[in-house]
Design a protein around this ligand. Structure first.
Ligand code: SAM
Ligand code: SF4
Length: 339
């Protein structure tokens, strides 16, 4: 089908010289949770007919992979509510050039799905867990039966050999910021990598305000009250700072400092929304509808050119918005693009 083969000349480059290597692929905007900091009270769902089919997703991924994108993270909404998501994993894992497939999930269906996902080629998983207190957790995610199911999902993910298994914890002042040390302790006991995420202004309920943001620096000083830690070199393109607890346990902690210390200069990500829009950056106001081309018999070459020109327009990043005081809450709710 494609006359495109990856070559250095063809890689996806933006106007700042940043090269796309990773794809955040939202497979649905739907979710079985209503997290306070993500889901609007009355979400408007994308009509099913507008959601990309697995064939369409795989075509875009083939084209992206031909341009050097090799790491795919499935997200949502909640990726595990997409029917037969393991089939999608299987299809994408066979695409030439795709090296790893990972997933960010709320973990609710992971106990039942982990084995099939691993079998289909999923490499690793990140599970969102924002509190270790069952009642508080269920209050945050708006679902009463969730805590024990998510814990079982985490254990199953480890048992079937998904690796690494990481936890995402969005830290919000006055909500769960008293649990930072408990999460570190959990990491030490289980080998799970805990990722503390700064609260971003994408919440559907418009609750975000700067006072609720707990910065990476605050999180680090909290951890230092109890542990000696060392910062590890940052991987090119990584969104996070990595620290090791110096107690011989090898425990790693990631801190995602998108708001206080963003790493836009070597960003290597591109995003595809569930309804087929290329979103060059989480903070972009613009998106580029590749689905129209997919559904109008465009050739691979035309689609590749379209993506290349969309990516070329990727703006400098949240770094500049923050500098100019331009970050407005709710550019788009997080469930529509996937974190
Ligand atoms: N449903 C899946 C989940 O919750 O893991 C995947 C999609 S979710 C939008 C991706 C990540 O974004 C999750 O770890 C979630 O906690 C995080 N997230 C959602 N809203 C956020 C916000 N306002 N600020 C920071 N992170 C947020
Ligand atoms: Fe759903 Fe994930 Fe958003 Fe929570 S953060 S409402 S689990 S999409």
């Amino acid at each position: 089908m494609s006359g495109y083969f990856y070559s250095h000349r063809m890689q996806l480059v933006d106007s700042f010289g940043r090269v796309a290597r990773k794809l955040r692929l939202s497979v649905t905007d739907r979710c079985n949770f209503k997290c306070d900091f993500c889901m609007p009270l009355k979400p408007t769902w994308i009509p099913s007919s507008e959601i990309l089919t697995f064939d369409e997703i795989s075509r875009v991924v083939k084209i992206l992979a031909s341009m050097g994108v090799s790491k795919i993270r499935l997200t949502g909404g909640e990726p595990l509510v997409r029917r037969e998501i393991e089939k999608c994993v299987k299809i994408l894992k066979k695409v030439p050039g795709v090296e790893t497939i990972s997933m960010t999930t709320n973990g609710y269906f992971l106990d039942e799905k982990a084995a099939a996902l691993k079998e289909s080629g999923l490499d690793s998983v990140t599970i969102s867990l924002h509190s270790l207190k069952p009642e508080r957790y269920e209050q945050i995610v708006g679902r009463k039966d969730a805590f024990s199911k998510v814990l079982s999902g985490i254990k199953r993910a480890q048992a079937v050999g998904l690796s690494p298994v990481k936890l995402n914890c969005v830290v919000i002042r006055g909500c769960n910021d008293d649990e930072i040390l408990d999460f570190v302790e959990l990491g030490r006991e289980t080998g799970l990598v805990v990722r503390f995420i700064e609260y971003m202004p994408f919440d559907g309920k418009n609750m975000w305000n700067p006072d609720r943001l707990v910065t990476g620096a605050e999180i680090i000083s909290k951890i230092e009250e109890k542990y000696r830690i060392e910062r590890l070199p940052r991987e090119h393109g990584s969104t996070s700072l990595t620290y090791r607890i110096k107690d011989g346990s090898g425990t790693l902690i990631n801190i995602i400092t998108t708001m206080s210390q963003p790493f836009c200069r070597d960003c290597d990500r591109i995003r595809l929304s569930a309804d087929g829009k290329i979103v060059p950056c989480l903070f972009s106001r613009d998106d580029y509808d590749v689905k129209k081309l997919l559904r109008n018999n465009a050739s691979d070459e035309e689609i590749a050119d379209f993506i290349r020109s969309a990516f070329m327009k990727k703006f400098a990043g949240v770094e500049t918005l923050l500098k100019n005081g331009e970050v407005e809450p709710l550019i788009r709710p997080m469930h529509t693009i996937g974190g």
